[in-house]
Write a protein of this length. Sequence first.
Lengths: 266, 237
Amino acid sequence: MPPTDESLQPVPGAPALTFENVVKKFGDLTVLNDLNFEVERGQRVTLIGPSGSGKTTILRLVMTLESLTGGYIHVDGVPLTHVERGGKRVARRHKDVAQLTRRIGMVFQQFNLFPNMTVIENIIEAPVHVLGKSKEEARTRGKELLEQVGLGDKADQHPSRLSGGQQQRVAIARALAMDPEILLLDEVTSALDPELVGDVLQVLRDLAENTDITMLIVTHEMQFAQDVSDRVLMFDSGHIIEDAQPDVMFSNPTHERTKEFLRAVL
Amino acid sequence: MDAFLDDLSTAAPRFWDGLVVTLQLGLGGAAVAFVIAVALGLLTLSPNSWLRAPGRMVVEFFRGTSLVVQLFFFFFVLPQIGLELDPIPVGIAALGLNYGAYGAEVVRGSLAAVPKAQWEATTALSMGSVQRMARIIWPQAWALMLPGLNNLLVMLVKGTALASFIFLHDVTFVADDLRRTMGKLFSFGIGFAIYYALNQLLSSGMRILELRAQRRLGLKPESRKATKRAEAVAGVG
């Protein structure tokens, strides 16, 4: 059977993420107006730009935490929240959207761990109850991930007893436990005390090195962006004004607005 | 003193019977009220206005009308349309609906008070709406709603005193009945004591639930026993 518009199967060779004429308005405020870009599979893309330029909104749209005002987002070539049917833009069923978002994981600025669960319970919750893994299997994998983020001894701790940096590493492990193809990192170090930032970034550097997860990153840590990214997008007022490899972007930006921004943050 | 003890031993079986009726109404009413509070609380929080609007109407109706009138309505009017109920179920239904409507507001408010970030985390993990509510949002809201529910439980137990309006022989009825033979101070004094003791008992039970719920969220330190166990597991202490 040829894949139809309604199919949820990844399209071979399609980019991990495609933004097609994406419009996002909050009331009268237009945050994104006709945004188009692609992220190839395995690519690490960092979004930079002044606050209010729509970077976080882009991640939230991909995670379906915000609804699109217009246009389409495709994941592996499959339209995520809306499909075109008979020339009309129609919302997908919730169930199908949830099926597609399983390929996407997100780590938040404020960690958002579940306070009613221990560290390991946080990690195995979705693998067990969404993916249907057995508890033992999920626990084994969860422990591995905790080791990977350097918190192997904290499995049975309550999140509130961990430092911010440790909580954020648990949140990373929780997202990884769902084996996402795409990982969204939304200012994951912004809420941390400066001395805790390093551990979190190291975990992400290792992740970038040892996996082929596609990453879409919003960060103010320019050094980190330079180290892990394949590509940096400079945003201003909801538009991509510069799209370059990190060494070019950070050493020799072409756009005046980019130069100005980088002077202010570097 | 001997006269007092004599009176007490005469009155005790009567008050016991009254207490049984009060307990039936109180516990039965609380159970019904809880179910209604949860159902209406979830309905009034629904993003679907076809569910939300009827939920709101039911809440406003039972919250906005007198419990006594509701009691009379169930007891005197329903039989006229062929729905005859014993006074105890009538009392339980009226108390349950009335306090359930108040409870719905506590449930809705507590669920809405769970930070939006928690809902977003469940979306980021692709959880379904039932799992999200049952396993993430509800357990956090539970700790928030218990003080409000405790308050309503105390009010509901006191509200059972209206049962004598539909000819039930509860604690209040017994106290009023014994007033003539045993004196006002004696009979109402015992009435006071019974309600007070009952509510203290229920409230302390609710506070234990509250403490447990808060511990679960890491808001209160663990009990000493649990701390010892955790330290033993962690190999410290």
